[in-house]
Design a protein around this ligand. Sequence first.
Ligand SMILES: Cc1cc2nc3c(=O)[nH]c(=O)nc-3n(C[C@H](O)[C@H](O)[C@H](O)COP(=O)(O)OP(=O)(O)OC[C@H]3O[C@@H](n4cnc5c(N)ncnc54)[C@H](O)[C@@H]3O)c2cc1C
Length: 385
Amino acid sequence: MRLTNEHKELADTVKKFSETEILPFIDEWEKAGIFPAHEVFKKMGDLGLLGITKDPKYGGLGLDYSYGVTLSENLGYSESMGVVTAIGVQTDMATPALARFGSEELKKEFLVPSITGEYVSSIAVSEPGAGSDVASIKTYAKKDGDDYIINGQKMWITNSTQADYFCTLVNTGEGHHHKNKSLIIIPSKLPGITVGGKIDKLGLRCSDTAPIFFDNVRVPKRYRIGDEGKGFTLQMKQFQEERLFVAASLLIFMDKCLEKTVEYCRQRMIFGKSLLDNQVLHFRLAELKTEVESLRALTYRACDQYINGEDVTFLASMAKLKGGRLIREVSDSCLQYWGGMGFTWNNYVSKIYRDCRLASIGGGADEVMLGIICKGMGTFPKESL
Ligand SMILES: Cc1cc2nc3c(=O)[nH]c(=O)nc-3n(C[C@H](O)[C@H](O)[C@H](O)COP(=O)(O)OP(=O)(O)OC[C@H]3O[C@@H](n4cnc5c(N)ncnc54)[C@H](O)[C@@H]3O)c2cc1C
C-alpha cells in the first residue's frame, strides 16, 4: 500500500473530523452510555466518509480499499474506540455484502441512505448460543408467499438501539449448516421486533450494544441479499472487511498510547531523575513501536491483496489476531509505566486497555483466527474446523 497525496488528503480530513466532531464530546457520550449516531454519521456522510470504497452509483467515492484503511486508521485520532467501532459497523461490517451482492432495489433502499448517513446500520450475526460458532445460529426465517416470517434472537448487536436496519444472518432452510442460511435486511421498526436494554460493558461505553428479539417478524423476500442459502458464505466474505477494519483501526490508538506514555514518563521524576531515563523503558517502548509498525505492514499487505482481488482470509485473520493481542500488550505495558495514574478511569491508556480488549473477542476471537490460519497452513484436517 503506497500512500499518495490523495491518501494524505483523506487522512487529514478524517483526522480533522475525528478531532473536532468526536474527541471533544467523548466524555459526555461515555457518561451517557451512547453517542448520537445519526448526527455523527450525517456529518460523515456529508464529507463522503461513509462510502469511500462504495460504488459512485450509490453515492460512494469508488476508491480502492487502501482508502478504506486510511479511514479506519485515522479515525484513531478521535480517541474513542466506541465511536470508531460504530462507524466500522456502518462502513465495513453491515454494508459490504449489501454493496457487492444486494439487488439494485435493495441498494437504493438501504445502501444509499447508509452512505449519506441518514440510516444507521447494525450487523446481526451473534446469538446467545452462537458467537464463535456462527454456523450454529438458531434464528429462523420461514417462507410464507413472498415474505419470510422471522423468529429468534440476536445478541451483542452494536448500534442496535439506534439502527434503522439490521443486516441479519438467519436460517432459511434445513440442509448443511453452511448452506442453509441467508443474509436478510430487516428494518428495525417492523412489528414484532424488540431491542433489549443496552448491555453494561467493561469498555466501549459510548457504543450501544443490545440484544434484538424477533417475534413473527414479516419481511419481504426481496430484502434478502444474494441467493437463498448463500448467507454463510456471504457473511464469511463480509468478515474479511471487518477484520481488516479492526486491524487498521487499532494502529493510531497504539501509536498514541506510546506517545502519551513517553510524554508522561519524561516529565515524571522518580529517584531524582526522569522515569523515561531508564533504559528498560526505552527498550520496551522501542520494542512495542517495532511491533506496531510490523502490524501496520501486515495490514497494508493484506489490503494490497484485497485490492488485487485475492482471497485475503489468511492475512486478514493474522492481522486481526496480531492487532487484538498487540493492543493488549501495548496498553498493559504503558499502563504499568503510568503507575497509579494508569489505574484511574479517565486516563487515555486505561481507556484503551478497557475498550480494546474486545479486539481479541469480537468479530471472531483469537482462537477462531488461529483456527483459520491453521486451515490456511494446512496443519488441521478440514473436518476439525
Ligand atoms: C461489545 C461487543 C460488541 C459486539 N458487536 C457485535 C455485532 O455488532 N454483531 C454481532 O453479530 N456480534 C457482535 N458481538 C459478538 C461477538 O462477535 C462475539 O462476542 C464473539 O464472536 C465471541 O462469541 P461469544 O461471546 O458467544 O463467545 P463464545 O463463542 O462462547 O467463545 C468464548 C471464548 O471461547 C474461546 N474459543 C472460541 N472458539 C474456540 C476454539 N475453536 N478453540 C478454543 N477456544 C475457543 C475464545 O477465547 C472465546 O472468546 C459483539 C460483542 C461484544 C462484546
